[in-house]
Design a protein around this ligand. Structure first.
Ligand SMILES: Cc1ncc(COP(=O)(O)O)c(C=O)c1O
Length: 314
């Protein structure tokens, strides 16, 4: 079968299965409202959980301040060449300080982080154990990595322990990877159980806080902060594109792991650095959200109201 004919058929099949994707026609977006395909709707699909992206005063202030700088609109190069703007250093130092960890690293997106970290750290002598409902970017990272992987049943830590016990003598290093707040259903990983298992079996634990940052913890550092596990997790990743109302992602870790990733992580090495305008904005939203305790409480209240309303409806 010709290539074009084959992909036409595949697309038709997706349509018949009701799995065909199209880009929505979004004509207006303002705080909680969104106009999609000509219809005005309440936007419950935004990840701007704290409303930072719609804070006009903050945005104006940032533009005014940015205008006074001589920052270019592009980084024009990878970080390892000439794209390593001083704002990167400021952002990474701030992240490391607020998490109280040795170091931090900023990436172009959460997707870049997840397809880069595991492939950089794991060899074919290692094993990755992943929650079955982890995000597609984590799955893609596991597919790229040389290490074999197994998926434990969603939040089933007895199953995870079974896999750990059966594998710990056969692999050089076991990596456990989980989301903290699961992106599909908003349910939570039990981080203290995961840390206990990591310690018992000498595993390396990676926690993706994409949906936890800004939402949980006294300073919005995520479920790791809320459960006092920040110091016990090897790598914590977070995204700037959700509650932090910017774009990009980060991870906090030991200085040794950072040094290793900087030398080996392909989606970090072979890509153009983020532009200064984004780095400066990320720094501002990151710092601003640490004191948004009331907004966080209101968000959690709204989430629980919505969850109970949808339970009634079902
Ligand atoms: C758990 C999780 N990790 C990673 C990502 C990817 O982050 P980004 O949008 O910054 O690429 C997402 C969603 O986008 C996510 O839900």
């Amino acid at each position: 079968m010709q290539f074009y004919e084959r992909i036409r058929q595949e697309l038709d099949e997706l349509k018949s299965l009701d799995r065909y994707r199209v880009l929505p026609d979004i004509t207006a977006r303002n705080e909680k409202d969104i106009e999609v395909n000509g219809q005005l709707l309440l936007n419950l699909s935004s990840n701007d959980y704290l409303g930072l992206g719609d804070d006009n005063a903050m945005r104006e202030g940032y533009w005014n301040q940015f205008r006074k700088t001589s920052h270019a609109m592009t980084s024009s190069s990878s970080r390892l060449l000439t794209g390593n703007h001083p704002l990167y250093d400021q952002l990474e130092k701030t992240l490391a300080t607020i998490y109280g960890r040795q170091s931090a690293m900023v990436f172009n997106s959460g997707y870049h982080a997840n397809i880069g970290i595991l492939p950089a750290l794991c060899t074919r002598h290692d094993l990755v154990l992943s929650d079955r409902l982890n995000h597609a970017s984590i799955i893609d990272g596991m597919k790229i990595a040389e290490a074999p992987y197994q998926r434990y049943r969603h939040r089933d830590y007895d199953h995870l322990e079974e896999l750990l016990a059966g594998a710990c003598d056969r692999y050089r290093q076991i990596f456990i990877v989980t989301e903290s707040v699961f992106s599909m259903d908003g349910d939570l990983a039990d981080l203290s159980q995961l840390v206990a298992l990591k310690e018992k079996y000498g595993a390396f634990l990676i926690v993706d806080e994409a949906h936890g940052v800004g939402v949980f913890g006294e300073r919005g550092l995520g479920l790791c902060e809320a459960t006092r596990m920040v110091q016990h997790i090897d790598i914590i990743t977070g995204t700037f594109g959700k509650a932090l109302a910017s774009t990009g992602a980060y991870a906090v870790m030991s200085s040794l792991v950072r040094e290793y990733l900087l030398n080996t992580m392909r989606p970090f090495i072979f890509t153009t650095a983020l532009p200064p305008v984004i780095l400066g904005w990320s720094l501002l939203t990151l710092e601003r959200q640490t004191s948004m305790t009331h907004q966080r409480a209101a968000l959690l209240q709204l989430a629980s109201r919505l969850a109970s309303a949808s339970t009634y409806g079902s």
